[in-house]
Design a protein around this ligand. Structure first.
Ligand code: RAM
Length: 896
């Protein structure tokens, strides 16, 4: 057994950590059954000295162990090592990693904010949309520079930098690091993140120059669909702040910081905007220097960047370059993606104007851009002239599959550069149905494209906001695909920062355009996601930090709705957004979420050792009020929409004796429509999970395979490579939905991804399990599939589950990480037939218990890899069989 995947504050080797008491984690790997850690020892050194030694601790803990060592110093590299002992007490392995602190104290900073001097260059009129695409006199990006001398080559150098805007640092003319769109987007009034770079190798003895290019970004560019720019959201011009700390061989230290002695100038980038695109005149050099102005800070405090930066993560070559005229080409990258195009242009004279436009789809063979609304998404390049030139825009990103290039008579070389917050990818799902695999791929691409600094609704049009409901319905799926622990923990700070004095979360975070109180299912994300991070990653600290805000949200709803039916202060009350002709009553949806959030606050209070009685009682009272107001004696729920039933069942609001009837109503509605769904953003996340939970995986599979409108497969049949915003984004009967709101890359309806991992392949955890300590493995053969499998790199190690079936034999393979246990359900009508290598399951090493039932065989497993076979009959995936499983599973449990 070995420890691996060591992390500090949920990051691998973070440079510039800001947390004064970081938490240390590792994962475990072993092929041996029953392997478990019985003890660990952490030792930490800095500068050759031991700063923390836990000694041998008899403990199975591996996740987020809080720092108890000496107080951390700024700008210091800490090396840590963990040694572990197995369940026999035998030392079994060790691993090492490091982290480096950033500038931990405000007094560490000597740098000041600098920007364009309004006296040296008086402001011009704010640019119009047209100016951005084809700029007028304004010069948006700042080219900043400062020369300095070093007596010797440094032994170590760190650059700490940030911007009001987005920036790329440069040292001696070369770019520093590989971050894109730093410092990302936060509630800038509350916090602005700085980045740390190791620049030791980019400095030399003698003359050096430190610089940066700074563009508007979220700070002063177009944000959301608010037409104001220069934005009054944050500020009207970009600024920069940097501090270079150089350690010289003689032990001295030299600090170079932004200040009034820096210079500023124009350069080839004439304008750059996240939504509008970039305009470059490659003939222009960085021009004469002007002095800069020292600015006030105008932002919240500087904080270290706590999560993965945005990077160009992958590249896709063009799959087709189609000539459409003497100097016009349409390029297809084969995938709707987020990033930009890198063009390699054949030699041509200087000043040729190359224009690149982007679109997600084609209409009549040409780019369809109406749905981008005011986002011009147009990059313009005036050639320098001469041999081959390369053009790749910066400080902007687009959502596209197709690009149109005009101005060049020979076909350009084209590569799509895909960028997003670089959350480590952790999940894999596969089955034998290529359409289902395509759905899974579409969900993954939706996640990539919309995890850009904050979780956004869409990446292409003039919106790209951190919508809360979208995030909460998709978050469980996101945690399957990638390690989004640090990403969401950071964004939750924006969510909490956005809460108003009355306790209301908002619809979006950071707050742009939507200042109203959050709507039901939107504001509730502020409660649901911290709980999800606790359940998935064991992140108690984030739960603790969010708890008061979570409780304040529930109090806010309660205060304004003392009758416990949430009908007042419902904000924009979007309901089951984008449902299909099945408008769930707003009070049903709202009250269900009120109950849900209250239930989570009660569970969180228990976890944190705070009083929970008030919340438990309130939750019970809301449930009673829900039933009294909305539920009939026959199990019907007001509105009788699929989503009415899904909320009532999924959030456990019905009395036990009515659940079966409600499931029957739900199933009848789906079946009555020829196995079609009507759910919008809110209901869809519960659809397949609730059906499976109530013994109707057969129906969940029917919805999965459905390819008539509305369905997931309908979009795939029409060429979707990402999840669409709307079931009817394009239909045979109506063509395009209204361009006013029709994104082809919105992750919300992709929330079914969680069910693909959790039920189709079968990876879940028991209700009381935290961070996958006790797995619940329920492989669910069904639908057209003959096999499915998934793997997930969890906080404790690799979990896998898969199944395959032929006429009469079912094979189930699972991996349980060291220290974890699993409850594995093998679906068979003949529990006695379950074997591993000819041994009956009960006698298999690592099987702690085998419980046969009408539902199949339930095995309690210790860690290890297993492969069981069972005899199977087609009836093994029938609803009756599943119902037996469901009954066996029933017991009170905290919210999932
Ligand atoms: C749309 C957004 C988002 C949704 C809101 C209500 O504008 O794209 O997905 O949450 O509306």
């Amino acid at each position: 057994m070995i420890p691996y995947g060591l992390q500090t504050e949920q990051r691998t080797e973070p440079l510039g950590l800001g947390e004064p008491q970081p938490r240390l984690s590792w994962k475990l790997r072993s092929d041996r059954r029953g392997a478990a850690q019985s003890a660990y020892r952490i030792t930490v050194t800095a500068g050759g000295e031991i700063v923390w030694d836990t000694g041998r601790r008899e403990s199975a803990d591996t996740i987020l162990i809080p720092w108890e060592g000496a107080r951390l110093r700024s700008a210091t590299r800490y090396h840590w090592r963990v040694e572990i002992w197995d369940e026999q007490g035998t030392p079994t392995g060790a691993a090492e990693t490091w982290f480096e602190t950033g500038l931990l104290h405000p007094e560490d900073w000597t740098a000041v904010w600098i920007g364009r001097d309004p006296v040296a260059l008086p402001p011009v009129d704010p640019p119009t949309d047209e100016d951005l695409v084809s700029p007028g006199p304004q010069e948006a990006p700042l080219y900043l520079r400062h020369g300095f001398r070093l007596a010797q080559r440094p032994v170590r150098a760190r650059l700490y930098a940030t911007a009001r805007g987005v920036y790329e640092p440069e040292l001696n003319g070369a770019r520093v690091g590989d971050r894109e769109l730093a410092p990302g987007w936060t509630e800038y009034h509350h916090r602005i993140q700085y980045q740390t770079y190791d620049v030791t190798d980019q400095l030399r003895a003698g003359d050096n120059s430190l610089g940066a290019v700074v563009a508007d970004g979220w700070w002063s560019g177009y944000v959301g669909f608010d037409p104001r720019r220069p934005a009054r959201h944050y500020g009207d011009a970009p600024a920069f702040l940097a501090q270079l700390v150089v350690d010289l061989p003689d032990g001295s230290q030299q600090i170079i910081a932004t200040g009034g002695d820096w210079t500023e100038s124009d350069g080839p980038i004439r304008s750059a905007d996240l939504m509008m695109g970039q305009y470059v005149d490659a003939r222009r050099a960085v021009s004469a220097d002007r002095s800069v102005a020292v600015l006030d800070t105008g932002t919240g405090p500087l904080v270290a960047e706590p999560d993965e930066p945005i990077r160009v993560v992958t590249e896709l070559p063009a799959v087709a370059v189609d000539r459409r005229g003497p100097d016009r080409f349409v390029i297809d990258f084969g995938q709707n993606l987020v990033g930009r195009v890198r063009l390699t242009l054949p030699g041509m004279p200087g000043g040729r104007r190359i224009v690149v436009r982007h679109a997600e789809v084609l209409a009549d063979g040409e780019l369809y851009v109406a749905n981008l609304r005011r986002a011009a998404a147009t990059d313009t390049y005036l050639t320098a002239g001469g041999d081959t030139e390369t053009f790749e825009p910066r400080f902007t990103f687009h959502g596209f599959r197709y690009a149109e290039v005009t101005g060049c008579t020979e076909a350009p070389g084209a590569v799509a550069r895909v960028l997003h917050s670089d959350t480590p990818w952790t999940g894999r799902f596969e089955c034998d149905d290529p359409l289902v695999n395509q759905l899974h791929a579409n969900i993954g691409w939706g996640q990539r494209g919309n995890f850009v600094a904050v979780p956004t609704d869409c990446p292409q049009r003039d919106e790209r906001l951190g919508w809360l409901a979208d995030a909460q319905v998709f978050a469980p799926t996101a945690t399957r695909n990638a390690d989004v622990s640090a990403f969401f923990a950071r964004w939750l700070r924006d969510v909490v920062d956005g809460q108003n004095d009355d306790g209301a979360f908002r619809d979006v975070a950071p707050i742009i355009a939507f200042e109203r109180e959050g709507a039901p299912a939107w504001g509730d994300a502020g409660v649901i996601i911290p709980w999800l991070l606790w359940r998935t990653y064991g992140d108690r600290r984030t739960l603790e930090r969010c708890f008061d805000a979570m409780a304040a949200w529930v109090r806010h709803i309660h205060r304004h709705n003392p009758g416990l039916i949430w009908q007042h202060r419902t904000g924009n009350s979007y309901g089951d957004w984008l449902q299909i002709d099945a408008d769930t009553p707003r009070d049903v949806l709202a009250t269900a979420y009120f109950a849900r959030s209250t239930e989570i606050v009660a569970a969180a209070a228990d976890v944190l050792g705070r009083p929970s009685g008030e919340w438990t009682a309130l939750h019970a009272a809301i449930k009673r009020a829900f039933v009294a107001a909305f539920v009939g004696d026959d199990g019907s729920v007001k509105g009788a929409t699929q989503t009415s039933y899904l909320l009532a069942l999924g959030f456990g609001l019905l009395p036990e004796n009515l659940a079966g009837a409600a499931v029957a109503h739900l199933a009848a509605d789906i079946e009555g429509r020829g196995n079609r769904l009507t759910t919008g953003f809110v209901g869809v996340s519960l659809l397949c999970p609730v059906l499976s939970e109530h013994g109707r995986s057969d129906l969940a599979y029917a919805l999965l395979h459905q390819d008539e409108y509305p369905s997931w497969m309908y979009s795939i049949r029409h060429g979707a490579t990402t999840i669409w915003e709307r079931w009817d984004g394009w239909t045979d009967h109506g063509g395009f939905q209204s361009a006013a709101m029709n994104s082809f890359n919105h992750y919300s309806l992709g929330s079914v991804g969680d069910w693909l991992y959790g039920r189709v392949a079968g990876i879940d955890q028991t209700p009381d399990s935290v961070a996958w300590s006790e797995l619940l493995l329920r492989p669910t053969p069904g639908g057209r599939l003959t096999w499915a499998r998934a793997e997930q790199e969890t906080a404790r190690g690799l979990v896998a589950c898969g199944w395959s079936r032929d006429d009469d034999r079912l094979t189930v393979t699972v991996t349980v990480p060291p220290g974890c246990t699993a409850v594995l359900r093998i679906p068979t009508t003949d529990p006695g037939s379950v074997r591993e290598n000819d041994l009956p399951a009960a006698d298999t090493p690592g099987v702690a218990r085998a419980e046969p039932s009408a539902a199949g065989l339930t095995l309690r497993l210790t860690s290890g890899r297993y492969a069981f076979t069972a005899s199977t009959t087609p009836s093994d995936s029938s609803p009756q069989w599943e119902n037996a499983c469901v009954l066996a599973d029933r017991r009170p449990s905290p919210p999932r």
